[in-house]
Design a protein around this ligand. Structure first.
Ligand SMILES: [Zn+2]
Length: 128
């Protein structure tokens, strides 16, 4: 048993209606006061996505030093290489090197490791 929210009468079956965009649970005598909310419409309301964690990347956690654009560029210049040379050596596109050196692209762990090896610099700060 529940009470009608309009007249207060106890009723076994309550209907959900809308009055002034508010929902009321009402008895059958009061259900004509507003449009009845269709049960099917309630069921098809978009549900909030479940909060199951979504694994974005299989890569282990790591931090690339924020100094990486300068480190890469300085080291490349020191080795007397053009961006094109370095790109070739790393088997990457020249645009990738350019974006790395301007800080527009965070290197992946494998690319960072490759550059550490080729340039003799330290880019990865933490790896778990
Ligand atoms: Zn009622």
């Amino acid at each position: 048993m529940a009470d009608c929210e309009i007249c207060g009468k106890s009723s076994i079956v309550l209907n959900e209606i809308i009055i002034d965009s508010a929902h009321f649970s009402v008895c059958s005598a009061c259900r004509n006061l507003g449009p009845v909310v269709q049960k099917a419409a309630i069921a098809s309301r978009p549900k909030i996505a479940p909060s199951t964690p979504y694994i974005i990347s299989p890569e282990p956690e790591f931090d690339i030093t924020i100094e990486y654009p300068n480190l890469i560029r300085n080291s490349r210049v020191k080795h007397n290489m053009s961006q094109k040379d370095l790109a070739k050596m790393l088997a990457e596109k020249e645009s990738v090197i350019h974006r790395l050196e301007t800080g527009k692209l965070n290197p992946s762990l494998s690319l960072a490791r490759k550059m550490e090896r080729f340039l003799g610099i330290k880019l990865v700060e933490k790896e778990e």
